[in-house]
Design a protein around this ligand. Structure first.
Ligand SMILES: [Zn+2]
Length: 372
């Protein structure tokens, strides 16, 4: 496979978790529209995501849970037992119109990516990244766990050594359930300390090769660069993976309503740039991100970086129109968005002090050896 491939789907355009849920905002469709407006998404690089069949999902999820999701979608109602056993129909994981089809489409893209990457290449599935999903239950807005399913698909196609790097603001508890204790899987997560789900303490090695770095509020670009150079890149290099799976959540950006980190979008992109070329295969997934502008601006640039494209300093009218059409109802950041959220993709860097606790955390994990 020569050119990077973008996996997307129209289902993400109008699907919403409900009027008050953080996932009420469009994300993947913004990236598709922006990339097309920039002339960055030719037909030969776009793949319409297939919807995963239940028979593929039960590779990791329980068949009872998958059947429950399908039934709840059909009936548009969760029973008390669905709530109790699978956490379907809670405030966090509500019943919505596409409660099965939407996550199954994101998962189908990730499973397909595992197959297409068999021989090498680069794939971007921004709808993927639902890293909290559990085998038998929904968790943290995630009904399925597409990163786990992608990694199982990679394994199924003969790709053994996986470096999973997660720079979402939240700890990937579901992925750790899936791959904790696997000697051929390196897991590195950088996440905000004491944020939900409160797992992923620095002492937690996930039964082997998990390196968890909780970082303080206000985590800035300079600190992320230090983490990248002191922890992420050296560990991945030492591990010599066959594939890198990067979960590039946008919720660590300063304007995100769910975290308290202070990154500009340059920070995540610099991690991506560092990882590119370190393995013969690269899969980039989306993840969290609840401010529609910061998600669209970061994730579109991810696609640009994967293709070596130059980001225009000022966007064309067509691209600007995509950003101007976004709404962020029910959040103060939606009232008077700054003009650069419409006219640019790249943030001004947010450099800052390198705090001792970040330094100490990186040091401690850098000194810990790979498990095998
Ligand atoms: Zn997150």
């Amino acid at each position: 496979m020569l050119k990077p491939q973008f996996i997307g789907h129209e289902i993400f355009r109008h699907s919403t978790y409900g009027r008050w849920h953080p996932l009420r905002v469009p994300r993947v469709s913004t990236v598709m529209d922006l990339a097309r407006a920039l002339g960055w998404l030719p037909q030969d690089q776009f793949i319409t995501s297939p919807r995963a069949k239940p028979s593929a999902l039960v590779n990791w999820h329980t068949s009872d849970y998958i059947a429950a999701l399908q039934r709840v979608e059909q009936e548009q109602e969760a029973k008390e037992s669905d709530r109790r056993r699978h956490d379907i129909g809670s405030v966090t994981n509500p019943v919505f119109a596409e409660i099965f089809r939407r996550p199954a489409t994101a998962a189908g893209g990730s499973i397909l990516a595992g197959e297409l990457l068999r021989g090498g290449g680069v794939i971007y599935n921004p709808a993927g990244g639902t890293h909290h999903g559990m085998p038998d239950r929904a968790n943290g807005f995630c009904y399925l766990n597409d990163p786990v399913l992608a990694m199982l698909s990679l394994r199924h196609h003969g790709v053994r050594r996986i470096a999973y790097v997660d720079i979402d603001a939240h700890h990937p508890d579901g992925v750790e359930v899936g791959f904790g204790g696997d000697p051929d899987c390196l897991m590195i997560s950088v996440h905000e300390a004491r944020l939900w789900p409160r797992t992923g303490g620095i002492e937690n090695d996930g039964g082997g090769n998990a390196f968890n770095l909780p970082v303080p509020r206000g985590f800035n670009d300079s600190e992320m660069a230090f983490v990248r150079d002191g922890l992420i890149l050296p560990k991945v290099a030492a591990f010599r993976p066959d594939v890198i799976v990067l979960l590039c959540g946008a919720d660590g950006l300063e304007e995100d309503p769910l975290s308290h980190m202070a990154l500009s979008n340059n920070a995540q992109l610099d991690v991506l740039r560092g990882l590119m070329g370190m393995a013969p295969r690269l899969l980039v997934l989306g993840g969290g991100g609840y401010n529609p502008w910061s998600v669209g601006r970061l994730w579109t640039q991810v696609w640009g970086v994967l293709n070596g494209l130059e980001v225009p300093e000022t966007l064309s009218k067509a691209a600007e129109d995509v950003l101007r059409a976004l709404r962020f109802d029910g959040n103060r950041r939606g009232k008077n968005p700054p003009v650069h959220w419409f006219t640019t993709l790249q943030d001004v860097p947010r450099e800052g002090p390198l705090r001792d606790e970040v330094k100490a955390g990186v040091q401690r994990l850098a000194n810990r050896r790979l498990w095998r």
